[in-house]
Unconditional design. Structure first.
Length: 77
C-alpha cells in the first residue's frame, strides 16, 4: 500500500471551499485502486491519498494537482 499526504493552504476559507467544491465530483467517484480523503480546517485542505500501486497513487495525486494549478491561474485573473 502506498500513501501520500498533501496540505494546501489558501488565502481564505472561502477560497479553500471553492476549490473543494470544484473537485468534489472527482473525489466522490469510487476507484478500485485508490482512495482520497479530504478535510478542511479554515483555509487549509488536507488530502490523504492511499493506493494499491504507484501508478494509481500518481494518477490520484494528478487529479488534485492539475485542477489546483488551473484554480490558481483562474484566481489570479
Amino acid at each position: 500500500m502506498f500513501s501520500i499526504k498533501l496540505k494546501v493552504e489558501f488565502d481564505s476559507k472561502s477560497q479553500a471551499l471553492r476549490f473543494f467544491k470544484s473537485i468534489k465530483p472527482e473525489l466522490e467517484e469510487e476507484y478500485l485502486r485508490s482512495k482520497t480523503r479530504v478535510s478542511q480546517k479554515e483555509n487549509v485542505l488536507d488530502f490523504l491519498i492511499t493506493a494499491s500501486d504507484k501508478t494509481a497513487l500518481r494518477a490520484s495525486l494528478n487529479s488534485i494537482t492539475k485542477p489546483l494549478k488551473l484554480f490558481e491561474m483562474i484566481e489570479e485573473l
